[in-house]
Design a binder for this molecule. Structure first.
Ligand code: HEM
Length: 399
C-alpha cells in the first residue's frame, strides 16, 4: 500500500443509521487502510471485524494519551492528547497503571451491586414515563427520557447528587463535542474534576454504600484517582447510554416491522438490545491506539509509534462477521459486536448500559404503544459533531 492511497476518516453519512458508505468501500478493499490524520501525518485505519478484535486485544497497541492522535479534528482533545493521562482516567493508560485502576473499579462493579440497582432502574424508568404522561404530548424524548434515565442511574450508582446534573451534563457535552475549543474543554474538565475531587474527599471522610464511597473506604486509590475515575464514569456513563436510548427508539420507530416483532415477543428484548448496539455503534469515530513496536498486520507493517484508528462502526457492519449487516434484525445473534470495544479497555459499564436499555425500551413502548414521531423524520438533527453519535431532539406523540 502506498502513501498515495491514504484517505481521511470518512465522516459523511448518506442515511441517519448507516456509517459513512466510504467506510464500507475501504473495508471491501482491505480490512486495513492508510489513514491521513487531520494534522497531516499518516497512520492506519482498521475497518474489518476480525482485525479490529486482533488490534484491540494486542498489548503492542497502546492507549496512552501521550501518543493518542484523533482521526477527526477535535480541538477539545488538544489539552489531553499528547499529555500524560489524568489520574484515574484509565481509558488513556496502559498496564500496569491501567490494570491497577481497572481491577479496583471492576471490584466495585459487582454483580450484587448491579442486581440491587435493577429495581432502582425500573423505578427510575417508570417515574420518567409517568412524568411524560403527566406532561402530555408532544415532547422531546431525549430531554424527557433518554438523558434523565442514565443520568439518574449513574448518579445513584456513584453517589453523585442529581441536583448537580446541569453542571456535569454541560461539562461532558463540552468534552465530547467537536466544536468546543481547547480552552472550553480544559475548563470543563477542570470543573468536573474539582466537583468530583470535593465529592471524593467528602466520601473518604464519610464513606457510604455507593461506588465512590466504596472506592474511598479502602484507600487503595488516591483521592485524585477516585475523582478522575469518577469523572470518567459520570461522563461516559450517561452520555453514551443516552445516545443509545434516543437513537434506539428512533431506529425502532423507523423499522415498524422490527418494533412489532419486539411487541409480540418481549423475550426478544435482550437480542434486540445487542442488535441495536451493533447497528447504531455510537462510537462513530472509533477508538485510537498507537503501536509500541513494529507489528505485521494484514500483509503490512505498522511501524512503532504509528497511530491506528479502529473503526467500530465499520467492524460492526462487516459482512464477513454479520450476514446482511446493514439490516436491523432484532432476532439476530449480534454477539461479538464491538460497540463496547474489545480487550483490556472494553467498556466497564457495559452491563449497566445493557440493563438500562433492556428495561427502558419495553417499558417505553409498553406504556405508550402508539408512540410515534411528532415531526417529519427529515427535520431531525444528528450528532455528526460529537464523539458519540446521537439524535439531538426526538419530538414524539402517543395520544
Ligand atoms: C451504550 C452505552 C455505552 C457504550 C456504547 C460504551 C462504549 C465504550 C467503548 C467503545 C469503550 C472502549 C474505549 C477504548 O477502547 O478506547 C468504553 C470504555 C469505557 N466505558 Fe463505556 N460505553 C457505554 C456505557 C458506559 C457506562 C454506562 C459506563 C459507566 C458506568 C461506561 C464507562 C466506561 C469506562 C470507564 C471505560 C474505560 C474502560 C477502560 O479503559 O478500561 N461506559 N465504553
Amino acid at each position: 500500500m502506498t502513501t498515495h492511497d491514504a484517505v481521511s476518516l470518512p465522516t459523511l453519512r448518506a442515511t441517519p443509521f448507516d456509517p459513512p458508505p466510504a467506510l464500507a468501500e475501504l473495508r471491501a478493499r482491505s480490512p486495513l487502510s492508510r489513514l491521513r490524520y487531520p494534522d497531516g501525518h499518516l497512520g492506519w485505519l482498521v475497518t474489518g471485524h476480525d482485525l479490529a478484535r486482533k488490534v484491540l486485544a494486542d498489548p503492542r497497541f497502546s492507549a496512552r494519551s501521550e501518543w493518542k492522535r484523533n482521526p477527526v479534528a477535535r480541538r477539545s482533545l488538544e489539552p489531553f492528547y499528547g499529555a500524560k493521562a489524568l489520574p484515574g482516567w484509565l481509558v488513556d493508560m496502559d498496564p500496569p497503571q491501567h490494570t491497577r485502576i481497572r481491577r479496583r473499579l471492576a471490584r466495585a462493579f459487582t454483580a450484587h451491586r448491579m442486581r440491587t440497582l435493577r429495581p432502582r432502574i425500573e423505578q427510575i424508568v417508570s417515574r420518567q414515563l409517568t412524568a411524560m404522561a403527566e406532561a402530555g404530548d408532544p415532547l422531546d424524548l431525549v430531554a424527557a427520557f433518554a438523558l434523565p434515565v442514565p443520568s439518574l442511574v449513574i448518579c445513584e450508582l456513584l453517589g453523585v447528587p442529581y441536583s448537580r446534573r446541569a453542571d456535569f451534563q454541560r461539562d461532558s457535552a463540552t468534552l465530547f463535542s467537536l466544536d468546543a475549543t481547547a480552552e472550553q474543554a480544559a475548563r470543563a474538565m477542570d470543573d468536573l474534576q474539582t466537583f468530583l475531587t470535593e465529592l471524593a474527599a467528602h466520601k473518604s471522610r464519610r464513606p457510604g454504600e455507593d461506588l465512590l464511597g466504596t472506592l474511598a473506604s479502602d484507600g487503595e486509590l488516591s483521592v485524585a484517582e477516585i475523582a478522575g475515575a469518577g469523572a470518567l464514569l459520570l461522563s461516559a456513563g450517561h452520555e453514551t447510554t443516552a445516545g443509545s436510548l434516543g437513537l434506539g427508539v428512533l431506529a425502532l420507530l423507523s423499522h415498524p416491522d422490527q418494533l412489532a416483532r419486539l411487541a409480540e415477543d418481549p423475550g426478544l428484548a435482550d437480542t434486540a438490545v445487542e442488535e441495536l448496539l451493533r447497528y447504531l455503534t455510537i462510537f462513530q469515530f472509533g477508538v485510537p491506539r498507537s503501536a509500541l513496536e513494529d507489528v505485521p498486520l494484514a500483509g503490512e507493517t505498522v511501524r512503532a509509534g504509528e497511530s491506528v484508528t479502529v473503526s467500530l462502526p465499520a467492524a460492526n457492519r462487516d459482512p464477513l462477521r454479520f450476514p446482511d449487516p446493514d439490516r436491523l434484525d432484532v432476532g439476530r445473534n449480534a454477539s461479538g459486536h464491538l460497540a463496547f470495544g474489545h480487550g483490556m479497555h472494553q467498556c466497564i459499564g457495559q452491563n449497566l448500559a445493557r440493563t438500562e436499555m433492556r428495561i427502558a425500551f419495553p417499558a417505553l413502548f409498553g406504556r405508550f404503544p402508539r408512540l410515534r414521531l411528532a415531526v417529519p423524520a427529515q427535520r431531525l438533527s444528528f450528532g455528526g459533531d460529537t464523539g458519540f453519535y446521537c439524535v439531538h431532539r426526538l419530538p414524539v406523540s402517543w395520544s
